[in-house]
Design a protein around this ligand. Structure first.
Ligand SMILES: *Cc1c(COP(=O)(O)O)cnc(C)c1O
Length: 253
């Protein structure tokens, strides 16, 4: 890979305007939901840029100082991180493979891996994270909906044990919180009823905070384009929003 980064150019001005308007709109909605529901501060907004060009990211970086971006594919993240500014705060939110952990950990401005779902993956990340780099934030992904198509640990003892392992045995990692995706059916229903997946994540967080000494107060990464308001109502501190900002994604190939 050539690290002498090719220069990323801004998209045409019409695209910049669209992206800025979309991000401003969603920011206002996130803030409104936080004011309406939450006592604390506004959640971090992670702009999910998977399958979208680096030029889109640069537009939001430069025009509205967006810094947190989320990516699902390791190779795509490595390439984008190599050519975009070094103070972008990357979130890896894709399905985590053991054999990709070292590649991820080598990205110095990787802010968080949100999808840790096994002790051995935490260990790989910890072992690979250089002393010279900032400590890497991690979220444990919980499969709150129990769908086979979703990654993440089943709620329960394994989540607590994994949290304990990260806190006690991974000095190069910081347990930042828990993350879930939840079922689409439940996110579509939100607005009418309490989202049971988010509720489960809140319960898991309480358990970990109670049972793992030194875990401190944990974050909740939950809420996407269609269900962020309900996620904020239930205490989300990190919403991951893609299509509302960037438009529909092209198919992956
Ligand atoms: C793609 C993705 C998102 C963003 O989804 P949108 O519905 O486009 O907002 C959020 N979280 C994860 C884990 C994703 O894979």
């Amino acid at each position: 890979m050539s690290s002498s980064a090719e220069k990323v150019l801004l998209p045409e001005s019409e695209r910049v305007e669209t992206l800025v308007a979309n991000l401003s709109g969603i920011k206002a909605r996130v803030e409104a939901a936080s004011k309406q529901y939450a006592s604390g501060s506004t959640p971090r907004l992670v702009a999910v840029s998977k399958l979208k060009p680096a030029s889109d990211i640069l537009a939001l970086y430069e025009s509205v100082s967006q810094r947190h971006f989320g990516e699902n594919y390791v190779q795509e993240l490595v390439e984008k991180a190599g050519k975009l500014p070094a103070d972008v705060q990357w979130h890896f939110i894709g399905s985590l493979q053991t054999n990709k952990c070292a590649t991820l950990a080598a990205i110095s401005n990787l802010y968080a891996v949100e999808t840790v779902d096994a002790v051995k993956k935490a260990k790989k990340l910890n072992d690979a994270r250089a002393e010279t780099m900032p400590v890497l934030n991690v979220f444990i992904q919980v499969n709150t909906s129990g769908e086979e198509s979703k990654s993440g640990m089943a709620p329960g003892e394994e989540v607590v044990e994994t949290a304990k392992y990260i806190v006690e045995s991974c000095p190069r990692l910081k347990l930042k919180g828990l993350m879930t995706i939840g079922s689409i059916a439940r996110s579509n229903a939100s607005g009418e009823e309490e989202n049971a997946d988010f509720k489960t994540l809140v319960e898991q967080k309480k358990k970990v905070e109670e049972q793992v000494a030194g875990a401190g107060e944990l974050e909740l990464s939950m809420g996407m384009s269609e269900d962020f308001a309900e996620a904020i109502r239930q205490g989300s501190t990190n919403v991951r929003i893609g299509s509302v900002i960037f438009g529909a994604r092209p198919p992956r190939n």
